[in-house]
Ligand binder design. Sequence first.
Ligand code: SF4
Ligand SMILES: [Zn+2]
Length: 306
Amino acid sequence: MPISGLVCKQCGKVVGASGLHWVWECPSPAIHPGLVQAALNAESHLGWELTPTTVLGSIRAEIIKRLLPYKPDARGFNSAMWGAAVGRMVEEGMVTGGWLRQVALEGEFWGHPFLGHADLVLADPGSGLWLIDNKAKGEWSFFLQKGRGELASAEDSAQLSMYARMRPKEEALRDVWEAARQKAVHLIAWYGSMLAAERKGEELDPWIKARAPLMTMEEIGGLHSGGAANTVREAVDIFVEARRRKEAGDSPETILAAVPMHCQSRFNGKVCRLYCGANRVCLGLAGISLASKGIVAIRDVEAEKL
Ligand code: SF4
Ligand SMILES: [Zn+2]
């Protein structure tokens, strides 16, 4: 379902889902209106297909966004859009010597069809199949990654491992993909961040190249992504059941009553307040006050015009 309004924390209200509020009206905009518009375009493409990123994300939020209009805090678009822009740039920079970008993939996991897009792919008959995922991150999460050294996070390893077990949608690519995969699989996550050149006299390196191990489906299925109470395997079942009930004509409220709030423990319990665009709908349906999650109440007069 579409975004039906946007929260402007500065003005303390919900405004129309056009992004124009930040062009014309807001006295102290905290987000660029062009970036709001880019995010609105991206969010309007949400479908009911299973993808690795959907089942590795906040599963209740993913379902809410597909069932009900929701009103996210527009500032939350910043990191995703910033990351997407840098991701596009580095992909374009890499497309040389046989590397392909945004390769559409299909596969089947746990008896269900999955779709996905690999950022960068090289199917090389000599050295094997190379898959790269680019993660432009905020500082906090970048330094968390730095602590892991040159090993990708379990979530990013799971995403890349699922891609490695899929196949290109484009038939012409399949043979070369499969031949390379038989040879060897190389999974790499590149982590980058916009950092100061130095901090406390120490020079900072802005990118990390991290190796991701090829995880088994058992390991991926048992992962509690980002600290969620559910495993990835359970997220698949929850999503598929919600989709089935939607197709059967159940109301969004009835469907969501059966979807647990397993994602609230993600990112050390900060996800509902800081990263979830569906938080107001979710908490409202569950009868939980915004204040109990540290979320400021906002005036919502049917989403004001701009
Ligand atoms: S508010 Fe929290 S529990 Fe609800 S959907 Fe968002 S992340 Fe999940
Ligand atoms: Zn405003």
